[in-house]
Design a binder for this molecule. Sequence first.
Ligand code: SAH
Length: 473
Amino acid sequence: MTVFLVGAGPGDPQLMTVRSKALIAQADVILYDRLIPPGALDGAREDAELVYVGKIGGGPQMPQEEIDRLLIQYGTGPRTVVRLKGGDPFVFGRGGEEAQVLRAAGIPFEIVPGVTAGISAPAYAGIPVTHRDHASGVAFVTGHEDGSLDWDALARFPGTLVFYMGVKALPRIAERLQAGGRPADEPVALVERGTLPGQKTVVSTLARVVEDAAGIKAPAITLVGPVAALREEIAWLEQRPLFGKTVAVTRARAQASALAAQLRELGATTVEAPAIRTRPLDVALPPLRGYDLLCVTSPTGADQLFTHLRDARELAGLTVAAIGPGTARALRAHGVEPDVVPERAVAEGLVEALADLPVERVLIVRAKEGRDVLPDALRARGAQVDVVALYETIAEPLSDEAREAAAKADYLLFTSGSSVRFFADAGGSLSGPKLVSIGPATSAVLQELAAAPDIEADPHTPDGLIAALIADQ
Ligand code: SAH
């Protein structure tokens, strides 16, 4: 079958191509390297065979002959094979060599280019590899050379020099280029872990770079040329409001991912540490005829509600109240525009918003462990209230990795009181990071188990949480 030689980009999973994602999702076998983006294989089929062919530990690379042998072995079989590499497969990725091996063996192949580190790491550092005023060409060079580089010719190259694998060779690069005529004050930049959390950039000059970049480790791109100085003007990554901050999100995975993605857009590094998940309960919804008000108190509740409805017209004539904007969004996604959405996204807010609405029979759908503020208040007004728990929230064990990463985060985010309890029960640490609560009910549990939160969101919504984090910078 066809072997796909696929570039996975430099590290930021968002820079993976559409084609690479589709092929990963489809592959029977994936042969992958060490320098592929975190989570790159998440989209692989559950029954796909994942074969690691990168460096063993921090040690030697699997010999290329062994990789070639595996490519031929799998490529000759009936299965679809993806050979996944960091960056672009044809830029210092041995993709050309592997294509030759496949051609010689008569195995069909396709090449899927990727975003290469030599352009993207500088781009994330605010350095354009070409520029009309400063560089009319760019050369990609391996720093890991065997003595065959013509350094004088390189020094004379009229443009930017981009070195891959050039950290160890930095002293030689600096010395040879100066010997070849590049000025001692020529700008040089090193970008370590480009496009990944923890990206680090040093800008210096040929004369000083060995000293200035002593702390830089592989993988890094070394870039030589006047464009390196443009970083001062163009750097953008560091300007995002949450740059350099690590935020741990403890809510259920399904919802955590959307929140985490938003935080990453703002420059944060995120840790997903879900200590909680929701589980539908096996209940029957009473006939909706006869109620005049339906209250939905969470997005999960909204989603669950529709698994119980056979016909959307069952909701006809009902006034529908949603506790907050997330719940309202979930209802809208099912084609229902809520009539009442309180400004304050807590039960107390909904009670206020319903103050002037004459109600006799109310149905509240919610989580098993929901608070009784809303039913109590409505009953106090003389309404007949039925509460149906459509789902429950249950503990999710924390992996050691998630627990440790959360403990080291700058911020620990909680979006419900039960997630605080489950997080603590799962051995999560409530001391260390700044505690951030979505609202008073969550804060009360934090106060009970550890301490009052450092930050409480207002409004009590995920957007409110994000705004509160930004305001804390
Ligand atoms: N095919 C890859 C390059 C593989 S060679 C590509 O097109 O990007 C490995 C070298 O790539 C590393 O030594 C380093 O110089 C560079 N590299 C890969 N990922 C990088 C990253 N995230 N940041 C900086 N340099 C990176």
